[in-house]
Ligand binder design. Structure first.
Ligand SMILES: Cc1cc2nc3c(=O)[nH]c(=O)nc-3n(C[C@H](O)[C@H](O)[C@H](O)COP(=O)(O)OP(=O)(O)OC[C@H]3O[C@@H](n4cnc5c(N)ncnc54)[C@H](O)[C@@H]3O)c2cc1C
Length: 532
C-alpha cells in the first residue's frame, strides 16, 4: 500500500456536488484532491452517433447500474424497493445522464414542520441559499424566464427558455383552460452560446449524455475550471473506506486505483459527495472500534430516511402531431398548482406536474414509461402511426416524506468488483405518497383532456424512476436526529463533511440538483471561511 501526501481537502465523488465543492475550494487556494470511481466520458462515445442509439438506453447507457454493469458501477440490491435507484458513475456523476430540469426548492420546502407539522424544518432557509443558487446558475448556465409567480423573484436566467414547441404549447393550453399555474421550466441547458459552451441543437435524448456540451453535466461546467485552478482529480479511484485517526478525526481514505492497487490518500478535511446511496454505503463500510455501526453514525440515522420522489406517468394521445421529438427531453413546462398542503385533498404536502417531450421511435412501440405496447400483427403499423409523435407525458412528481424504514444499508453478501460490500435499498411507498400520486393522476388526466387528448394511459408508480437519491445523511441541529450539522459537518466527526443529495432534510416536489449544488456551495463557503 502506497501512502500519498496529505492534502488539505479530499473530496470523494466527482458528480454534481463534488465538482461544485472542488471548484470552490480550489478557487480559494485550498489544495484539493478528488477521488472518483468512474472515468471521463468522451462525448464521441455517446450513443447519439449510432443508428441503434435508442437501444443503448436498455444496455450500456441504461441509468440503472444493475442493468449497465460497467466496471466502474457497483451493484445495488433493490429487491426490497418499489423504486429502483438510478445513477451514473463518472466524472460528472449522474449529471452525465440527467435531463437537467433545474427548478429550485421553494421557500416553504425548508419549513414543512412549521407549516404542516410533518417531517422536519431545515436548519437553513431559501434566503441563506439564494446567493449560492445564483452562483450555481452562473456556473451551470440556465435557460429560463423570470417572473414565475410560484417563486420569489430570481436573478436573470443565463439564456432564454428551452422551446415549448407544439407539444409544450398544447399542454399550456390545457392548463390555461383549467386556470392552473404553469411556467416554462428552468433547465440547465443552454439555448444560446454561453461561457465557452455551445447552444442546444434540440436533438432530444439528453438522458443518453449530451454530445454538444449544451447540457450542464459537471464534466463540462465545473471540472475544466476546477482543474485550471489546480484541483487534482484521480479517476477510476474507488474509495473503500474513510480512515479515522486516534484523535477521532477523519484521516483520509483508502481507495483502489484502476489497476486494483490499494492506496491511502491522507487529508486534513474529508468531503463526501458520493450521492444518496454511495455516501451511506461508504460511511456504513467505514467501521472502527470508535464507530462499530459505521462512521458518524451515533444517531443510527446513516442510510435512513431515504427519499426518492415517487413518479406517476400520465400520457395523453393526440390526433395531431406534436413535434415531441424536438427539444430537450426532460421538461418543457412545469405546473405547481397542487404544490402546497390542502388537507381537503386527503394528503399532506403536494406535487408538481412536469411536461416531458414525446416518445422516441422504439419507445413509441414499447409504450415507454407507461408500458402499453403497440400490439404485434397485421395492425401494428396502423396502430404505431396513430401513436408516433402524438403522445405527451405529464409526470406527477410527489414530495416523499422522510421515513426511517426507507433506507440504505449494507447487503450481507453482495459486493462490487473490488470486493467492497454493496448497498441494499429498502423502500415502501407511503400511504400519503400513494394518495398524493392518485390525486395527481386524476388532475393530470383532466389537464390532458382539456388540452385535447383523446385517450389517456397511466403508470401509477414508475419503478425505474429513482432519479433522485436523498435524505440518507440528513442535516439538522440535533445530533440525535441528524447526521450533519447546519454547516455540513458530521456531528460525530468534525472534519468530515457531506455535500451530496443525502444531506436533504426533506425533498420538496421538484428535482433536487439545483438545491443539492446550492447547499454544496454553501458548505464549501463555510470550509473556506473557517480556514481563513
Ligand atoms: C437519468 C437521470 C435523470 C435525471 N434528471 C434530473 C433532472 O432533470 N433534474 C435534476 O435536478 N436531477 C436529475 N437527476 C438527478 C441528478 O443527476 C442528481 O440529483 C445529482 O447528480 C446528484 O448529485 P450528487 O453529487 O449527490 O451525486 P452524483 O452526481 O451521483 O455523483 C456521485 C459521484 O460519486 C462517485 N462515487 C460514489 N461512490 C464512490 C466511491 N466509493 N469512490 C469514489 N467515487 C464514488 C460516483 O461515481 C459519482 O460520480 C437525474 C438522474 C438520472 C440518473
Amino acid at each position: 500500500m502506497a501512502a500519498d501526501d496529505r492534502t488539505d481537502v479530499l473530496v470523494i465523488g466527482a458528480g454534481a456536488s463534488g465538482a461544485a465543492v472542488t471548484w470552490r475550494l480550489a478557487g480559494a487556494g485550498v489544495r484539493v484532491v478528488c477521488l472518483e470511481q468512474g472515468d471521463w466520458v468522451d462525448p464521441r462515445a455517446y450513443p447519439h452517433w449510432r443508428a441503434d442509439w435508442e437501444l443503448h438506453r436498455h444496455t450500456d447507457w441504461s441509468a440503472e447500474p444493475n442493468v449497465r454493469r460497467l466496471p466502474q458501477d457497483y451493484p445495488v440490491n433493490d429487491t426490497g424497493s418499489s423504486i429502483s435507484p438510478l445513477m451514473y458513475n463518472a466524472v460528472g456523476g449522474s449529471t452525465i445522464h440527467w435531463s437537467a430540469h433545474f427548478p429550485r426548492f421553494r421557500p416553504s420546502d425548508f419549513r414543512v414542520r412549521s407549516l404542516d407539522g410533518v417531517a422536519d424544518d431545515w436548519p437553513i432557509d431559501y434566503a441563506t441559499l439564494e446567493p449560492f443558487f445564483d452562483l450555481n446558475d452562473r456556473m451551470m448556465g440556465v435557460a429560463g424566464i423570470t417572473g414565475d409567480p410560484a417563486y420569489p423573484p430570481k436573478s436573470a436566467r443565463q439564456t432564454p427558455p428551452i422551446p415549448l414547441d407544439t407539444l409544450g404549447a398544447t399542454m399550456a393550453r390545457g392548463f390555461d383552460r383549467l386556470g392552473w399555474h404553469w411556467w416554462p421550466s428552468d433547465s440547465a441547458i443552454l439555448t444560446r452560446d454561453y461561457d465557452g459552451r455551445r447552444a442546444c441543437i434540440n436533438c432530444g435524448p439528453c438522458d443518453l449524455g449530451c454530445p454538444t456540451g449544451a447540457k450542464a453535466s459537471t464534466d463540462v461546467t465545473y471540472w475544466p475550471k476546477a482543474l485550471a485552478l489546480g484541483a487534482r482529480l484521480v479517476t477510476r479511484a474507488r474509495v473503500r473506506e474513510i480512515t479515522l485517526g486516534p484523535d477521532g478525526l477523519a484521516g483520509g481514505a483508502l481507495y483502489f486505483d484502476r489497476e486494483g492497487r490499494l492506496h491511502e490518500q491522507k487529508a486534513h478535511t474529508v468531503v463526501i459527495a458520493a450521492n444518496g446511496v454511495g455516501t451511506p454505503r461508504l460511511l456504513l463500510n467505514s467501521r472502527s472500534a470508535r464507530f462499530p455501526d459505521g462512521l458518524a453514525n451515533r444517531s443510527g440515522l446513516v442510510g435512513r430516511n431515504l427519499m426518492f420522489h415517487p413518479y406517476a406517468m400520465v400520457r395523453g394521445l393526440f390526433d395531431e402531431r406534436l413535434h415531441g421529438l424536438r427539444g430537450p427531453l426532460g421538461c418543457s413546462i412545469i405546473s405547481q398548482e397542487f404544490y402546497e398542503t390542502d388537507l381537503s385533498r386527503g394528503f399532506v404536502r403536494g406535487y408538481s406536474f412536469q411536461v416531458a417531450r414525446g416518445l422516441s421511435p422504439i419507445a413509441s412501440a414499447t409504450g415507454g414509461s407507461v408500458g402499453d405496447r403497440v400490439p404485434w400483427g397485421r395492425e401494428h403499423r396502423r396502430h404505431y402511426d396513430t401513436r408516433f409523435d402524438r403522445t405527451l407525458t405529464v409526470a406527477v412528481i410527489g414530495e416523499d416524506l422522510p421515513e426511517p424504514e426507507n433506507r440504505v444499508d449494507i447487503d450481507p453478501t453482495l459486493t462490487d468488483g473490488h470486493g467492497i460490500p454493496a448497498p441494499r435499498v429498502s423502500y415502501t411507498l407511503s400511504e400519503n405518497s400513494r394518495r398524493m400520486l392518485d390525486h395527481g393522476i386524476a388532475r393530470a388526466r383532466e389537464a390532458l383532456e382539456a388540452a385535447g387528448a383523446r385517450e389517456v394511459a397511466v403508470n401509477p408508480l414508475l419503478r425505474a424512476g429513482g432519479w433522485h437519491l436523498m435524505g440518507t445523511a440528513r442535516m439538522g441541529r440535533d445530533p440525535a436526529t441528524s447526521v450533519i450539522d447546519p454547516e455540513g459537518r458530521c456531528h460525530d466527526v468534525p472534519n468530515l463533511y457531506i455535500v451530496d443529495g443525502s444531506t436533504m432534510v426533506t425533498c420538496a416536489a421538484v428535482n433536487p440538483t439545483s438545491t443539492i449544488q446550492a447547499v454544496a456551495l454553501y458548505v464549501a463557503d463555510g470550509i473556506v471561511r473557517r480556514r481563513s
